[in-house]
Design a protein around this ligand. Structure first.
Ligand code: TXA
Ligand code: MG
Length: 352
């Protein structure tokens, strides 16, 4: 398949380009587009054949449900039922934005979109181009992250092209995504809402609006434990793991730098290709291996935005050992560490 690649000028599409994207989706095709979190791979959410194509292009297990993206908050009533006051409140405060809500689904949503579940995940993205595409394509777009299953979510069009060129009808290049981590997912079907995936909308932000919420046990898990079954099916699959062996270092920053330098030197001497995940504040302190800064520690938004690109870079250079600083604390610490811990297979060295 020849993939059409469109470069959005200043992040926006012309009317003709928008028309072209909408036509593809309405006729059951696949269009990758940017959102404020990561790039999504979109198809008509109400067309079972179209959502099946998403699974095929990504190599995604068919029981891993897709998020349905809408452009008008009132449209939740078209695809979901038993919508609680809490859901309406969250929609009012956090939409458009990086929050996905799980609600009971209506029959109109095909089981091939929800991975066989009787619930549906719904999100109204903040990105204007994303919303334009959704609106012009019929209003309901199923869109997982636009990566091959098992790779980090794409935060730049080049990542999408690397993974999906030739497998989808169109890729829209809207530059770097602003947030860089996937949306927060909250399940509103139980009495006490549960966070299934941490993201830029934090537990505290949610609790300020609807009162007590909990984390799914699998989110907090410091260690993968087969007895804990994550409620978001996607969280159970072998998560992204870099080609190289990734280890996180945690503790006093000076000691972390010292330890990573020591390890990096040791592995370089043994002839290995070594990568170091640093920050703007520390990058000049590392003496060995390929050192990449994810962002400014002082500005945790920049760390979230830079993380996936750095992980992809190290794969591209076939780093055999990767040493990384940790990012506990702050508002985004939970979301950032959730992704990093999985990528590291929960290998953490504490230095004191
Ligand atoms: O920021 C995002 O959410 C991005 C952009 C493109 O919107 N999308 C995204 O989709 O990250 P995806 O498919 O990569 O992740 C969706 C996660 C999966 O872990 C899936 O299992 C979970 O949401 N999920 C979807 N529907 C669900 C449902 N009905 N119940 C529980 N978990 C669900
Ligand atoms: Mg994904």
């Amino acid at each position: 398949m020849k993939t059409i690649i469109i470069h959005a000028k200043n992040g926006r599409l012309s009317d003709e380009e928008l028309e072209m994207a909408a036509k593809i989706i309405k006729s059951g095709g696949l269009v990758a587009f940017p959102t404020e979190t990561v790039y999504g791979l979109g198809a008509d959410a109400l067309n079972p054949e179209a959502s099946r194509k998403i699974y095929e292009a990504k190599g995604r297990p068919s029981d891993n449900p897709l998020i349905v993206h809408i452009a008008d908050p009132n449209h939740i009533e078209y695809i979901s039922k038993d919508i609680t006051d809490k859901a309406y409140k969250l929609a009012e405060v956090f939409w458009p934005g990086p929050l996905t809500m799980i609600l009971a689904k209506k029959d109109i949503v095909p089981l091939s979109t929800t991975g066989g579940l009787d619930t549906v995940a719904i999100r109204l993205p903040a990105d204007r181009t994303a919303r334009d595409i959704i609106r012009c394509s019929g209003g309901f777009i199923a869109a997982p992250s636009a990566n091959i299953s098992g790779k980090p979510s794409p935060t730049r069009a080049e990542h999408v092209i690397d993974d999906l060129d030739g497998k989808v009808d169109m890729i829209i290049d809207g530059g770097k995504t602003t947030l860089g981590l996937e949306s927060t997912i909250i399940d509103l079907t139980p009495d006490k809402p549960v966070i299934l995936r941490p993201g830029c909308i934090t537990k505290t932000m949610l609790e300020n609006v609807i009162g007590k919420v909990e984390y799914d046990e699998a989110v907090l898990g410091k260690h993968p434990d087969d007895s804990i079954r994550p409620k978001a099916p996607g969280m159970k699959y072998r998560h992204y793991a870099p080609e190289g062996n990734l280890t996180l270092y945690e503790g006093d920053m000076r000691r972390v730098v010292e330890e990573i330098n020591k390890k990096a030197e040791e592995f370089i001497r043994a002839g290995k290709r070594v990568g170091v995940i640093a920050t703007e504040e520390t990058k000049d302190l590392y003496k060995y291996g390929e050192v990449k800064s994810v962002g400014k520690r002082e500005d945790e938004d920049s760390i979230a935005a830079g993380l996936y690109a750095v992980l992809r870079d190290f794969d591209e250079m076939h780093a055999e050992y990767i040493f990384s600083e940790s990012f506990f604390g702050g508002n985004l610490g939970q979301a950032i560490m959730n992704r990093l811990l999985k990528a590291a297979g929960y290998r953490v060295v504490r230095v004191d």
